[in-house]
Structure formats: structure tokens, C-alpha cells
Design a protein around this ligand. Structure first.
Ligand SMILES: Nc1ncnc2c1ncn2[C@@H]1O[C@H](COP(=O)(O)OP(=O)(O)O)[C@@H](O)[C@H]1O
Ligand SMILES: [Mg+2]
Length: 353
């Protein structure tokens, strides 16, 4: 197993800057996720780690090996990196059985005979596919094929596992199950993993740490809790989970307090931030409905504009100060107006972009 260190990595495609000076590290045994919208540079980062693409500048190390150094021209080819790769469009070899698919991968690395047999059995057991060793890919479900594809990647014991949206061609229910299974598998094997997804729920559920990317740059690095509870900017607050974004004018008050004036003149107490134009962010589930015995600040009567039933929860769209906010709650409300509270500690304050 090994750690990864990426420093000042950039990748230009002509005039397109796909990666713009990114630096991060992955600890030995860590599950790190690159999360961000389509086109933000996730796959380019993974391809650079894999040695499938040559970055424009920067350095990549795995353990104490330098795999890429733009300044001195070092570039270790993919086949000498001993990494396990799995993409969304993985394909099993259709005319080989499950066991043969794994065996062929080992054969390419000159692992044969009893050692190959031992590893194939061990890895198929690990992914719960040992009973399917003699089946052909066409005789397996999508989820089972996924497991075999992962087994084929794990069987040669790569130092690092690189996964690019590996679950995105499964349907929603299978994906949830595959996600739990993948998380458990990674913990059991302890293999250092870099995982790419645009699905924030997947990232929050699986990762030790998440790197949120935006336009070829790193917006934030943190644990799932840090990313969700303290997003570093409006982009992260909006991309990871849902946030209500409210434009306001911030004024610092004597005694270190701050107030934010909404466009209709409504005043909220907020945590101190830069005075002037700001964007406030509050999550739908942090808005308190009704009287809750909390402090008297930030209480308003909101108009209920729309309601949708989500099963376990209700989603309301409410109007305050000319803004439409989403509120999620277990409570069912039939009124057309409702008293709400925007807890000061749940409102995050960002300078207006
Ligand atoms: N081979 C390429 N040639 C030109 N532009 C590319 C190439 N590969 C990626 N890009 C561009 O680099 C940016 C990042 O792409 P990518 O890393 O694939 O994003 P993601 O995986 O986050 O969706 C995009 O703007 C994409 O169009
Ligand atoms: Mg991609």
C-alpha cells in the first residue's frame, strides 16, 4: 500500500486549462474522492495519476517514487505504475469466464500456476463472486459484472486503486447497494483509493476525505462532515447537499455582532463576515419550523408557496423577504403561512461573488 502526493499539477489542452495548479495528498489506506460537476477536471486528474495522460507541469509521487516531474521530464509509463484502474465503461472479456477474466489479467503480469489460482479464489471470495467463477459475463447481472470488474482490478494487488465513476451505469437501487459494498470492501482490503464521482451523496457516504473541484481547481479538501457543515465557498455550499442562497448586505455592529439586510429590508442576525454585499447560505433541513424555544432572533412568518411529499420528509418552498427558500421537515403543515426561524449558527456568510 502507498500514499500519493500531487504538487502544482496543471494540464492544458491547447487553450483549455483542464487542471490549474492543484496539490493534494492521499494517505496510505485512505479513501479519497474527487467530486465536482462534469468538466471540472476529475478524470484528467485520475488519468495523470494512472500515467495515461501526461500533465503540463507539476509532480506526482507514489510512496517515495517520482512518477511524474514536469521540470525534469520524468514520466513513468502506466504499465510500470502498478495501479488498479476501473472506469465507468469497464468491459469484461465476454468470451472468458469470470475466473479466466482474472487469470488473463494475472497472465499479463506473469503471475501463473498455483499463485494465480490462490489469488483468483481469494479475490472472488472477497467480492462474493466465488460461486460464479465459471460463468460468462453475459450470464451475470449488471451488479455482478461490476464486482467481477473490480475483482479483476484487485487481483494483481495494485498499490493504489483508481476508480472513475465505476457505479454510474448501475440503476439507482443497485448503486446504493454497490456503494455500501464498495465502502466495506475498501476498508477490508485497506487499499489506498482515489475515487471520482459527480454524485455528492456517493462522495459523502464513501470517503474519508473529499476534494471538491471546480473548473480545474480545488475548491475545498475536507472530511465529509467538514465539507457539508462548513463549505468554504458558495460553490461548495450549493454543489454538496442543497443550500438556500440569499443575497444580503452585511453590516458589522458594535460588540462584534453582524446583521444582514435582505432585499425587502428584513434584518437577520448572522455571524460576522465581510461588510457589504454577501451571499447567505442555509441548508433546507436547518430551517426551524414553528416555535422551538430557541432564541428570539431571526424569526419570520413565511408564506408556503409549494409543498411536495418526499416519503420520509416533506419539502416546502416558502417565501420570505421576496426570496424563495426550500425547507425540509418531518412535519406536515397545511397552513398557507408558517412561523420559521433561521438559526444564526446555521447561516453561513460568504462574500458576494
Ligand atoms: N483530450 C482532451 N482534449 C481537449 N480537452 C480535453 C481533453 N480531455 C479533457 N478535456 C477538457 O478538460 C476539462 C476537464 O475534463 P475532465 O477531466 O474529463 O472532466 P470531468 O472528469 O471532471 O468531467 C474539460 O473542459 C474537458 O473538455
Ligand atoms: Mg470524468
Amino acid at each position: 500500500m502507498a500514499s500519493v502526493a500531487v504538487a502544482n499539477l496543471s494540464r492544458h489542452f491547447g487553450r483549455v486549462v483542464a487542471l490549474d495548479d492543484i496539490s493534494f495528498s492521499v494517505a496510505d489506506g485512505e479513501f479519497l474522492t474527487l467530486l465536482g460537476p462534469s468538466g471540472c477536471g476529475k478524470s484528467t486528474t485520475l488519468a495523470a495519476l494512472a500515467g495515461l495522460d501526461r500533465p503540463t507541469k507539476g509532480t506526482i509521487r507514489i510512496g517515495d517514487r517520482i512518477l511524474f516531474d514536469g521540470a525534469s521530464g520524468v514520466f513513468v509509463d502506466a504499465q510500470f505504475r502498478n495501479l488498479g484502474l476501473m472506469f465507468q465503461s469497464y468491459a469484461l472479456w465476454p468470451h472468458m469466464t469470470v475466473a479466466q477474466n482474472l487469470d488473463f489479467t494475472l497472465e499479463l503480469r506473469r503471475i501463473r500456476g498455483a499463485e494465480a489460482k490462490r489469488r483468483i479464489d481469494e479475490t472472488l471470495s472477497l467480492v462474493d463472486m466465488i460461486d460464479f467463477a465459471d460463468r460468462y459475463p453475459g450470464e451475470l447481472s449488471g451488479g455482478q459484472q461490476q464486482r467481477v470488474a473490480l475483482a479483476r482490478t484487485l487481483v494483481y494487488q495494485p498499490e493504489i486503486l483508481l476508480l472513475d465513476e465505476p457505479l454510474s451505469n448501475l440503476d439507482a437501487k443497485l448503486r446504493d447497494r454497490a456503494r455500501i459494498w464498495l465502502g466495506e470492501l475498501q476498508k477490508r482490503t485497506g487499499v489506498t483509493t482515489v475515487y471520482v464521482t459527480h454524485d455528492q451523496a456517493e462522495a459523502l457516504a464513501l470517503s474519508d476525505r473529499i476534494i471538491v473541484m471546480n473548473k480545474g481547481r480545488i475548491a475545498q479538501i475536507g472530511t465529509p462532515t467538514e465539507i457539508y457543515e462548513t463549505p468554504s465557498d458558495v460553490f461548495v455550499a450549493d454543489f454538496v447537499g442543497a443550500s438556500n442562497l440569499i443575497d444580503a448586505e452585511l453590516a458589522l455592529q458594535p460588540g462584534g455582532q453582524a446583521t444582514a439586510r435582505l432585499p425587502n429590508g428584513e434584518i437577520l442576525r448572522v455571524n460576522p463576515g465581510p461588510s457589504g454585499p454577501v451571499t447567505l447560505a442555509i441548508r433546507p433541513e436547518k430551517i426551524v419550523i414553528g416555535e422551538d424555544g430557541g432564541p428570539p432572533d431571526n424569526r419570520v412568518v413565511a408564506k408556503v408557496l409549494a409543498k411536495s411529499y418526499l416519503g420520509a420528509r416533506n419539502l416546502y418552498v416558502i417565501g420570505i423577504g421576496g426570496q424563495r427558500l426550500r425547507v425540509e421537515t418531518n412535519a406536515g403543515i397545511d397552513a398557507t403561512e408558517m412561523p420559521i426561524r433561521l438559526p444564526m449558527e446555521s447561516i453561513r456568510v460568504y462574500p458576494r461573488a
